[in-house]
Design a binder for this molecule. Structure first.
Ligand code: ADP
Length: 177
């Protein structure tokens, strides 16, 4: 008799400040590999993000709406503990270049040491997005460059508003002067 299999849950953790088309490509491909994929924002404000946790949650939720088995969540503390609480067996991470791999490998091994049944699955970045990072997209947007296609359209609008002459961030910057 065939045994009933447990649904395979995986976590895709990150800062997502903001979500890019590269992240979304990993999410779409990951959604086909697992029964349930939880995109989890690390609520660690030490990185002084451009977008608040609430804004990042909103942008992610909008972007993953087409994928019914993908959920958005946030967490603090150890990823391995969070994964255990969620009953996840896998951690999904994207690799753009060898430079990503060194750090990602360390993290994967540490997480497996903390939770021996937790496996990290690396997906190679989509080749058209392998140069895309949240950091670079923010920088180009701040300097007025074209970021069409590098982030989902609602994120592009938010980034433009943030750096528009009368946007929130521009106001803050002017107050600092
Ligand atoms: P972190 O702060 O944990 O690096 P990020 O939000 O920058 O979080 O990235 C989350 C994950 O997505 C990481 O595994 C990162 O390597 C991967 N990633 C980032 N950008 C891309 C991209 N353009 N294509 C594929 N994977 C990516």
């Amino acid at each position: 008799m065939a045994q009933k299999q447990e649904p395979v849950v995986a976590i895709y953790p990150g800062s997502f400040d903001p979500i890019t088309s590269g992240h979304l490509d990993v999410i779409e491909r990951g959604s086909r590999l697992f029964d349930r994929l939880i995109v989890a924002i690390l609520g660690n404000e030490a990185k002084s993000p451009l977008f608040s946790l609430a804004e990042r949650m909103e942008m992610l939720s909008e972007a993953v709406a087409p994928f019914p088995n993908v959920q958005v969540d946030c967490f603090e503390g150890l990823l391995a503990d969070y994964a255990l609480r969620k009953g996840a067996r896998g951690i999904l991470r994207g690799i753009r270049a060898i430079s990503d791999y060194e750090y990602e490998l360390q993290m994967a091994l540490m997480n497996r040491r903390l939770q021996p049944h937790l496996e990290t699955i690396f997906l190679p970045a989509g080749e058209q997005y392998s140069f895309v990072s949240s950091r670079l997209v923010k920088e180009v947007a701040r300097l007025g460059g074209d970021i069409t296609g590098l982030v989902p359209p609602p994120v592009e609008r938010r980034l433009r508003a943030r750096w528009a002459p009368h946007g929130d961030q521009a106001k803050k910057d002017n107050q600092k002067k």
